[in-house]
Design a protein around this ligand. Structure first.
Ligand code: AMP
Ligand code: MG
Length: 412
C-alpha cells in the first residue's frame, strides 16, 4: 500500500494535459474570471502608452529649474493647461511651463514635473520653490511594458489583476482552456436522493452533492450520473457511459473489500489500468485510481463511500488533478502550511491521518482548531466550516496543544 506522498506522485504524474489548440474556447473578458489562458498574450500597446505626468503640477524643462529653490525661485510663464485625455500640440520653450494633471500627456520639450505643492502660481506665471530631480514625476512611455513582448504567459489563471491587464491592452476576448468535464456517480443499494422518503436502512446520497460542488469550485464542469445500485451490470453501464465523455470520472462507494464492492473488478474487466487500490491514509484508505486508454483517456477515481473520506481524498488528490489537467502551469499543487495547533491532535500512528478543522487568526498568526464532535469517517456533520486538515504523518501519534502542525489549506 503506497504512502500518501507516493500515491500523490503516482496520481499527479498520470494527468494528461489539455490540447492548447483543440481543447480551448474563446470567452468574453467579463466571463473569464478563474479561467486558464491557453495561449500567451502580447499587446501591441506600450505601457504607459505615452510619457505622462504622475502628479498634479507643472511640466517644465529641467534645465530651466535646476537651480531653483524657495529663497530664489525661478519663475516660468504658464503657456497652457493639459488635462488628462488631451494631446498637447505645442513645444515648451525655454522659460515656459504647462499646468498639468495626473495621467496627462507630457508636452514636447517638457521632461520633468514639479508637484503643485512645491510651486506658487501668480497670474500667468508660476514660481518653482524646489529643485526637482531630472525627469521627476514623469512616467515614461513603455517603462512598464514594451509593445510586442509577452504580457501574460499561457497556462495562467485569470483573476482580477490579469483581467484588468487584458482589458487595458484592449483584449476583450481571450482564448482559454475548456473546463475539464468530470463525471460523478454514487454507488450503493442504500442510497436515495434528498427528496425521496427515507426507508429504514437507507441513507441520502450526500456525496454526489459534495462532489458536484467541489468539482465546480475547482473550475470544472460536473456531469451528474446519479445513483447506481451495487450491481455489476448497472455499474458497468454507467462507467462505460462516463468514460466516453469525461476527462475525469469520480465514483464514491463500492471500492472497499465488502461483498458488494464491485468497482475495481469492473474497471479491470473494461480494460482499465489500475494504478492504486488503497492508500496509507485515514480517512480514505480504500481509494482506487485507474486510467483508460480510450480516446478521451480519462482518469478514474473510485473514492470510498464515507462522506468524510470523500471530502478528504478529493482535497488531497482529485482537486490538484482537476487544476493541473485544466491547464494550470503552477499553483495546482496542494498547499501545506505550518501553523500552531490550538488543540491536542491524536492518531494511531499507523496511517497518515487527516484531522478536519479550521484556521483562526490569533494575534496575527494562524492557529488550527480541531472540529468538535466525532472524527469518525462516517460523520459528515462536524465537517461544516472546515477550511484546513491537520496532517499527522505515520509514526506521529500525538501533537500537544500549542505545538506546530502541518495543515492542508483548503480553498473555500
Ligand atoms: P462503501 O465504501 O460503499 O462501503 O460505503 C461506506 C459508507 O459510506 C457506508 O456507510 C455508506 O452508506 C456510506 N456512503 C456510501 N455512499 C454514500 C453517498 N453517496 N452519500 C453518503 N454516504 C454514502
Ligand atoms: Mg457501498
Amino acid at each position: 500500500m503506497p504512502s500518501v506522498r507516493d500515491a500523490a506522485d503516482i496520481i499527479f504524474n498520470l494527468v494528461p494535459t489539455l490540447n492548447s489548440q483543440q481543447d480551448t474556447e474563446i470567452v468574453d473578458l467579463w466571463a473569464a474570471n478563474g479561467r486558464i489562458l491557453a495561449t500567451p498574450v502580447n499587446s501591441p500597446l506600450d505601457f504607459p502608452h505615452w510619457d505622462n505626468s504622475a502628479m498634479d503640477g507643472y511640466a517644465v524643462r529641467y534645465e530651466d529649474v535646476q537651480n531653483s529653490n524657495a529663497e530664489q525661485p525661478v519663475s516660468l510663464e504658464v503657456v497652457a493647461e493639459i488635462p488628462a485625455g488631451y494631446q498637447p500640440k505645442f513645444t515648451l520653450q525655454p522659460g515656459q511651463a504647462a499646468r498639468i494633471f495626473t495621467g496627462a500627456v507630457m508636452p514636447s520639450g517638457g521632461d520633468t514635473v514639479v508637484m503643485q505643492e512645491k510651486t506658487r502660481p501668480e497670474n500667468n506665471r508660476v514660481f518653482i520653490l524646489t529643485t526637482p530631480k531630472p525627469g521627476e514625476f514623469v512616467r515614461l512611455k513603455a517603462a512598464y511594458y514594451q509593445a510586442g513582448t509577452q504580457l501574460l504567459p499561457a497556462n495562467t489563471q485569470l483573476n482580477a489583476a490579469e483581467i484588468a491587464i487584458l482589458a487595458a491592452s484592449q483584449c476583450p476576448q481571450v482564448k482559454v482552456y475548456r473546463r475539464p468535464r468530470v463525471a460523478i456517480f454514487s454507488t450503493g443499494d442504500e442510497l436515495v436522493t434528498p427528496d425521496q422518503p427515507l426507508q429504514p436502512g437507507q441513507i441520502v446520497d450526500s456525496n454526489q452533492y459534495a462532489l458536484a460542488a467541489l468539482v465546480k469550485q475547482s473550475g470544472a464542469e460536473p456531469i451528474l450520473l446519479g445513483i447506481v445500485k451495487d450491481n455489476p451490470t448497472a455499474l458497468e453501464e454507467t462507467i462505460t457511459k462516463a468514460i466516453v465523455n469525461a476527462d475525469i470520472v469520480i465514483s464514491s462507494g463500492g471500492v472497499s473489500v465488502g461483498d458488494y464492492d464491485y468497482v475495481d473488478q469492473i474497471l479491470a474487466s473494461l480494460g482499465a489500468k489500475i494504478h492504486i487500490r488503497s492508500v496509507e491514509m485515514r480517512p480514505g484508505k480504500p481509494l482506487t485510481v485507474a486510467t483508460f486508454s480510450t480516446p478521451q483517456a480519462p482518469i478514474y477515481f473510485g473514492l470510498p463511500g464515507n462522506p468524510a473520506a470523500v471530502l478528504v481524498t478529493f482535497w488531497r488528490f482529485v482537486q490538484p488533478v482537476i487544476r493541473k489537467l485544466g491547464g494550470l502551469a503552477k499553483g495546482w499543487e496542494p498547499v501545506f502550511v505550518k501553523v500552531r495547533s490550538h488543540d491536542e491532535l491524536r492518531s494511531d500512528g499507523k496511517r497518515e491521518t487527516y484531522i478536519w478543522g479550521s484556521l483562526h487568526l490569533i494575534d496575527g498568526l494562524y492557529e488550527f482548531h480541531k472540529a468538535g464532535g466525532s472524527h469518525s469517517s462516517g460523520n459528515l456533520i462536524n465537517l461544516a466550516q472546515t477550511n484546513a486538515l491537520a496532517v499527522l504523518p505515520p509514526g506521529e501519534t500525538f501533537i500537544s496543544s500549542g505545538k506546530d502542525v502541518l495543515v492542508l489549506q483548503l480553498p473555500i
